[in-house]
Write a protein that binds this ligand. Structure first.
Ligand code: SF4
Length: 174
């Protein structure tokens, strides 16, 4: 069975993505790696929600480092960019590069990301970033297809999963 490491940005987005991959017959583990999230209390809320969803869907959740200073050193250069601009490209790259590193280090066959399920994010940009990192390992899935976002929101409501009201970094608040 092919082993997929799924980068998870939050519990709500994870639900339908995990189900999709499991229905396709993959062995899936989650990887919560989001040092972009600010403040740290918010990071913990999203991590705990991701953990809840992984428990409900019976997959293991791995947690990466909260190296927020490293993230900020790169992305703060673009602090004034609008959401969806250059800062986000670097943010996707930062998180997916680490997901790829863990994919190889832990013996997974492929990696994917829940980021593409959000209607606020362009799947093509996320795909381009993932493919630039590791074309032979990245699964460029647009999880928002076939009502993916609607499905994941419905599941999150059913299980009362915490849902945030901003993307994640301090520059996206307000
Ligand atoms: S708005 Fe979201 S995707 Fe863009 S840099 Fe901030 S946390 Fe990352």
């Amino acid at each position: 069975m092919k082993k997929v490491l799924l980068h998870i940005c939050c519990g709500v987005c994870a639900f339908a993505c995990i189900n999709y991959l499991k229905e396709k017959g993959f062995y899936v583990e989650g990887f919560f790696y989001n040092p972009n999230i600010s403040p740290h209390e918010e990071y913990l809320k999203r991590r705990d929600a991701a953990n809840d969803v992984c428990g409900i869907t019976s997959i293991k959740l791995n947690e990466g480092k909260y190296n927020s200073r490293d993230w900020d050193n790169i992305c703060s250069v673009y602090r004034n960019e609008p959401e969806g601009g250059k800062r986000c490209n670097f943010c996707y790259d930062f998180r997916l590069a680490e997901t790829f590193r863990v994919t190889i280090a832990s013996g997974f066959d492929s990696f994917a990301t829940t980021l593409s399920i959000s209607p606020h994010k362009k799947s093509k940009i996320i795909s381009d970033v993932g493919m630039a990192i590791a074309p032979e390992y990245f699964m460029a899935i647009d999880f928002k297809k076939n009502d993916g976002f609607k499905k994941t929101i419905a599941l999150a409501k059913t299980y009362n999963i915490y849902r945030q009201n901003y993307c994640g970094c301090a520059y996206s608040i307000g």
